[in-house]
Design a protein around this ligand. Structure first.
Ligand code: MG
Length: 380
């Protein structure tokens, strides 16, 4: 089990839950980073007394420094601040809970320092999966996924040899609009889209769950994390979110991981791995569980998932361009500046128009990310 952690993105949904789990387990929180929610950040800083706090936004960092002037806490800012938090010698584990491509450089820096990585930042693997996994292997840094599906697959695969896996069964609830036609989704509002039936999550990921883009990003994430081809992953819609994913082995055996749909569980496991500790979360009661049902994903009415699977097959910067374009489009949608169905249009057009090149180095990837963002800002 880890003793001391840095939480990157501590004021977001995953960050706050990580802080609660750390408190429960008695793990020292040595560093915190946030974008600009400094009121909550100050509360967390006063509670956990970290040695170092970074605020990404420069102006907010100045205000935060004044707010905690009566404490011993060192304050940093910008991407350098995030990298310092990720490489702090006091921390043996880094929880990457930031949203977006900003997580990439700090994650690579943490890998270089051979930190234990509890990975909750999807974009890191979607944009730079090959690069990140190769670097982790070279440096001997362990990456334990926090995303519930990947945590499930990781648990199911532990102890299995590479040749034993037939395919990964990536499950998803289907989101709040499962069963609807694309035409019916035209006027969906941000308020409707963020209301997920099973999981409590941040706004961006909730919208992604409703469009099935989240499942698409997870598809790419799974390819890289577990070193499998796109054809080795099958998406299965499972509305109850009790099974968090499964693996099918070559003899036909299927191993599944089940639990209550609470992100606290995979967060805790990423911190205690390979051990298990009592948790503060509810346990499943099989007498009360009714039906567990399964269906095929609807790629016609939820084209974001099909797009992501196509991008996974194309490789190179395709997933990065798609993800960055989607991120900008979702934020526009959340600000009521873009219609719900236009989120897909923005991501799909970006992939066609920005172009796809091999994702050979970090600069190429970051350039593709910026180009995709600019494309959506200008054209949508
Ligand atoms: Mg997930």
């Amino acid at each position: 089990m880890v003793r001391s952690i840095s939480i990157l993105g501590c004021t977001g949904s995953i960050g706050r839950q990580t802080a609660a789990v750390a408190e429960h387990l008695g793990i020292r929180v040595a560093a915190l980073t946030a974008n600009r929610k400094i009121d909550l950040l100050e509360q967390q800083a006063r509670l956990f007394k970290p040695s170092f706090v970074a605020v990404y936004d420069e102006e907010a960092a100045k205000l935060f420094k004044i707010a905690v002037a009566d404490t011993e806490i060192r304050v940093g800012s910008g991407i350098e601040g995030l990298i310092e938090a990720a490489t702090l010698s006091e921390s043996d584990c880094v929880v990457t809970a930031v949203s977006g491509a900003v997580g990439l450089k700090p994650t690579l820096a943490a890998i270089d320092e051979r930190k234990h990585i509890a990975l909750a930042n999807k974009e890191t693997l979607v944009c730079a999966g090959e690069l990140v996994m190769a670097r982790a292997k070279e440096k001997g840094a362990e990456i334990v996924p926090v995303d519930s599906e990947h945590s499930a697959i990781f648990q199911c695969l532990t102890g299995r040899g590479k040749g034993e896996l037939q395919k990964i069964l990536l499950t998803g609830s289907g989101g709040p609009f499962r069963g609807k036609k694309r035409e019916e989704l035209e006027d969906i509002t941000p308020e409707q889209a963020v209301r997920h039936p099973n999981w409590s999550m941040g706004a961006k990921i909730s919208v992604d769950s409703s469009t099935l883009m989240n499942k698409g990003l997870e598809f790419v994430e799974a390819m890289h994390l577990f070193g499998v081809a796109p054809d080795d992953i099958q998406v299965v819609i499972h509305p109850q979110s009790v099974i968090h994913s499964m693996v099918e082995l070559v003899d036909g055996t299927v191993i599944a991981q089940l639990g209550v749909p609470d992100m606290g569980l995979p967060i805790q496991l990423a911190l205690t791995w390979p051990e298990r500790k009592p948790s503060m979360f509810e346990h499943l009661d099989f007498w009360k569980l009714r039906d567990l049902s399964f269906e095929e994903p609807d790629l016609t009415n939820f084209p974001c998932l099909r797009l992501a699977m196509d991008c996974a097959r194309r490789g190179g910067t395709a997933p990065c361009v798609m993800s960055a374009a989607n991120e900008v489009a979702v934020h526009k949608f959340l600000r009521h500046e873009l219609g719900y169905n236009r989120i897909y249009d923005a991501a799909a057009e970006a992939v066609e128009r920005v172009g796809v090149v091999p994702a050979s180095d970090l600069e190429t990837i970051l350039e593709a990310d910026l180009a995709a963002r600019a494309f959506v800002r200008q054209n949508f």
